[in-house]
Design a protein around this ligand. Structure first.
Ligand SMILES: NC(=O)c1ccc[n+]([C@@H]2O[C@H](COP(=O)([O-])OP(=O)(O)OC[C@H]3O[C@@H](n4cnc5c(N)ncnc54)[C@H](OP(=O)(O)O)[C@@H]3O)[C@@H](O)[C@H]2O)c1
Length: 319
């Protein structure tokens, strides 16, 4: 009689536990299916056709003469956009403009400015006035020439103002020029891609100023997207890991360090699907591991170790 009571009590207690377990497993399964389907939508199907001159005749790319910016310029010209290229050296701008005209038969304009300076935006606004801009890629950026402790950075004052002007002020000011002058709002369409960096996802010691400027770009983009989402404007924060360019001095591209062309082709498929993206499937996995799986204190510790080693190697080679 006593045993029966114990058995019944246990069965009674098991039933709610069973439902809690079943609910947890079902929720996890639904979450997994949702993640797989949205991953398939982003990385396999993509949204490649969104970026076309239907958004507006012109695409504007800053830092368009090399690396990732040059690849954006080429890919957007291939899609039929007339190209406004903004960079530092007129000679390099002319080369890229000529290449785009020959390869894709598109109209091009150039503006040679140094984004390290702050008195350049009147010139940019004057050159952009009257153009129907559909896409803006805020790509220009500079990093350290080698990883260094903050107080040991050579010519620190100029370094700080140059990096802030190029990496942060340019993004805010060129967005301002595009918003102010063009019927972005009236047409209720337009895309702005702001190139941040994976280094903006967590602090990267010995590249601290760069990393902080890229966190700014990420926050600025995500905030602005929410402010203007209802007007039909897409603002995307792009956070690449390593890409084989002049900036990283990676000469041999690999799966996780792609060529800029490969990176940009993948990134453009995510526009309209992700407001914050690593832009390229292997980078998305690296982003997930370093933000969701590994505690940030470990990521910061390992980043510091890697950069200390690189610094030592660089200084030894220089000696
Ligand atoms: N490469 C990567 O692994 C990586 C990773 C994460 C994020 N990013 C970001 O992606 C963007 C592009 O990087 P990238 O590797 O393609 O760089 P890059 O190869 O060094 O090219 C930078 C471009 O910006 C121009 N530029 C540099 N300083 C300028 C200035 N003061 N005024 C005007 N133009 C200037 C350069 O012109 P010149 O040819 O005249 O120098 C060049 O066209 C940057 O914002 C970077 O932070 C890159």
């Amino acid at each position: 009689m006593k045993w029966m009571n114990v058995e019944e009590t246990l069965r009674g207690a098991e039933e709610p536990l069973f439902w809690v377990g079943a609910f947890t497993v079902a929720s996890l399964a639904l979450w997994l299916v949702y993640r797989l389907l949205s991953g398939f939508r982003i990385w396999v199907l993509g949204n490649g056709k969104l970026l076309s001159p239907k958004l507006g005749k012109w695409a504007v790319v800053t830092g368009a003469t090399d690396g990732i910016g040059k690849s954006y310029a080429e890919e957007l010209a291939r899609r039929g956009f007339a190209m406004m290229l903004i960079s530092r050296s007129q000679e390099k701008l002319d080369d890229v403009a000529r290449m785009l005209q020959v390869l894709y038969n598109v109209e091009t304009k150039t503006i040679a400015v140094d984004f390290g300076k702050s008195d350049i935006y009147c010139r940019i606004e004057a050159a952009l006035a009257g153009l129907e801009v559909g896409v803006l890629v805020n790509n220009v950026g500079v990093s350290y020439s080698y990883p260094e402790y903050y107080l040991h950075i050579p010519d620190l004052e100029n370094f700080i103002s140059n990096m802030i002007n190029v990496n942060m002020t340019s993004v805010c000011q060129v967005c301002n020029s595009v918003f102010f002058f063009f019927p972005f709002f009236c047409r209720s369409k337009g895309v702005i891609l702001n190139i941040s960096s994976a280094s903006g996802m967590y602090p990267v010691p010995l590249l601290t100023v760069y990393s902080a400027t890229k966190a700014f770009v990420d926050f600025f983009s995500r905030g602005l997207q929410e402010e203007y989402r209802r007007q039909g404007i897409i603002i995307q924060s792009v956070l690449p890991f390593f890409v084989a360019t002049k900036m990283t001095r990676i000469r041999k591209p690999t799966l996780d360090k792609p060529t800029p062309d490969r990176y940009v082709a993948a990134e453009l498929s995510t526009v309209g699907l992700q407001s914050q993206t690593n832009g390229y499937f292997p980078h998305a996995i690296m982003g997930w591991v370093t933000t969701k799986l590994v505690p940030s204190s470990i990521v910061i510790f390992l980043g510091a170790r890697m950069n200390r080693l690189q610094r030592t190697g660089y200084l030894q080679r220089r000696r």
